[in-house]
Design a protein around this ligand. Sequence first.
Ligand SMILES: [Zn+2]
Length: 344
Amino acid sequence: MSRRTPKAVVKHMAEFAVAKTAPLLWRSRDRSLVVLMYHRVLPPGDSRLELEQPGMYVHPSTLRLHLVALKQHFQPVQLDHWIQAALDNTSLPERAFAITFDDGWADNFEHAYPVLAAENVPATIFVVSDMVGTGHLFWPERLGTLLRQGLARHAAQLYSFGEFAWLRTLDAQMPSSVQELNPERLDRIINNAKRDDDATLSARVDDMASRLGDSQCPREIELLDWEQIREMTRSGLISIGSHTRRHTRLSDDLTAERLHDEIAESKHVIESNAGCEVRLFCYPNGDATATARALVAKHYLAACSTMPGWHSVRADRYMIRRVAVHQDIAGNKTSFLARLSGWI
Ligand SMILES: [Zn+2]
């Protein structure tokens, strides 16, 4: 027999109370827009979940649950349409919501697009132009895969290889077997690795892959290709935004040339391959400098950050706040509504 702990009961009651009162509180807000931030959509048991960070995915049934709950209180809008209407000072719904997906995962086509179509909810997918259709993966997923493969072959001996030794600086107790490499642990390792820049991390992961020889990444193509993108944009339901050319975190260390390449050139690459206009940008990892923001403002209508909260007509449209939702924090309606309110 399972019994809830007192802490769990209190948490449940608090979430229930928030879910009941939150919609009442929302009514006092004026012309607000809630922008939801998703990454991957994968069903339970999918092998791609094995080494994914907990904050990176929802199940398709959870996405549907979110859309149904949102439609009860908010009007679905395409993000760029709402921004344009706010600029034109034309009428806006009292409360609206816009859906965004970061990174351009193939599972967005496979598992999110059918749900969005069934619920008739538009969305924006932010793709990394130079990774579309290539079979390449981002360094966090590559790191996870190589660590898993390396541990399976060499166990704790793995860290005696020069290419893997740097991992010891990320966590005092690195996993010594595949069994010890759970998603939470990997999450911590990846977050600690972000102290270094993307070029350094990609080079380190390349070295790790060379050391393991035939176990090169990727496991399979996990990112969208241009055909899938064109099919979705043709439907009129999906807009494509830019998430840079290489998922580069925009810091002051980048040259002006590189910044221009990541921000302006990515727009051209996507527009020429997808055959649609790209009006929105999204900062990788939410990292934005004043220089980057100014360049984004020159080329785009608006841009999404990872700062939490709701967007409003008076807020900076080049730093749109979003509500990040994922399976372990918004897996049921009550916790989702509480999350929307910024309470959890
Ligand atoms: Zn991203």
